[in-house]
Ligand binder design. Structure first.
Ligand code: FPP
Length: 252
């Protein structure tokens, strides 16, 4: 048996789908690309390239397993403060990823969506996103949700302003509700994440999905993102399956 086949057999025998309830929505903070590159004497852009490479089998595995939504933090509203060459390299990688992967993602039933203020991205990135979203619009197996120029605070501010625009002029009995906020977020219509995975050991949320992560189970691994693989994903889901989710109530 070749290594690939052995790896698949091992993955199948440990497939979390056999063991318990799967998260409907997994969110990932793909951290550690820079450190991975530094450890190898490479530049940071090479780390991000390795990060994109690591993402591909994770998307595939999530779709195969029956995860409904996978949200990945690809660029935050704070990432603009990085050196311009690194920022440009990230947009180039995004364009390259969408151009080279969209057909395969479509074949796997993946619909590409985005959250974040995408209108502020370079035009080449916006065009690639539009094309990928159009091409995969009718797919229903899994949503791959790319967080691009995304910040949880920015999203909440935009949601409230969207609501205000719809309700002007404001009558004295107009009040905000939790449902109204959720319906005006970029994630409107998607279930909240059940599981948040963060790679490279940092114990922070970093302005990611501040509203939606209210009851998510958090799993942090020391593994740097470029080294994260489907086995690691299974480990995270198995850990999730052992958690006692009470949503503020008592154990059943
Ligand atoms: C954090 O690592 C990672 C990012 C800021 C970008 C994540 C992006 C990718 C994995 C690639 C782009 C994705 C797509 C979909 C094309 P870091 O640079 O903060 O690492 P460090 O903390 O070790 O410096």
């Amino acid at each position: 048996m070749d290594t690939d086949a052995r790896q698949h057999l091992m993955l199948d025998s440990q497939n979390p789908a056999q063991y318990g309830k799967l998260p409907r929505h997994i969110a990932i903070i793909m951290d550690g690309n820079g450190r991975w590159a530094q450890q190898r004497g490479l530049n940071r852009a090479e780390g991000h390239r390795a990060g994109v490479k690591a993402l591909k089998p994770i998307v595939k595995e999530c779709a195969a397993m029956g995860i409904e939504v996978l949200t990945v933090y690809a660029f935050s509203t704070e990432n603009w403060s990085r050196p311009q060459v690194e920022v440009e390299a990230l947009w180039d990688l995004l364009v390259e990823y969408l151009r080279s992967e969209t057909a395969e993602l479509k074949a796997e039933g993946v619909r590409i969506q985005t959250i974040g203020n995408v209108g502020a991205l370079p035009i080449r990135a916006q065009k690639a996103i539009d094309a990928a979203m159009r091409e995969t619009a009718s797919e229903t197996r899994m949503v791959l949700n790319l967080a691009l120029n995304y910040g949880g605070r920015d999203e909440l501010v935009r949601a409230v302003n969207r609501w205000l625009d719809e309700h002007r002029p404001l009558s004295p009995d107009s009040y905000m509700t939790a449902n109204a906020i959720a319906a005006h977020l970029d994630t409107a219509g998607l279930p909240d994440p059940d599981l948040l995975i963060r790679s490279s050991g940092e114990l922070r949320i970093s302005n990611f999905l501040l509203w939606q992560l209210a009851y998510a189970e958090i799993y942090v691994t020391e593994t740097l993102w470029p080294d994260f693989n489907p086995m690691e994903l299974h480990k995270a889901i198995r850990a999730y399956q052992k958690r006692d989710r009470r949503f503020g109530g008592l154990r059943e």
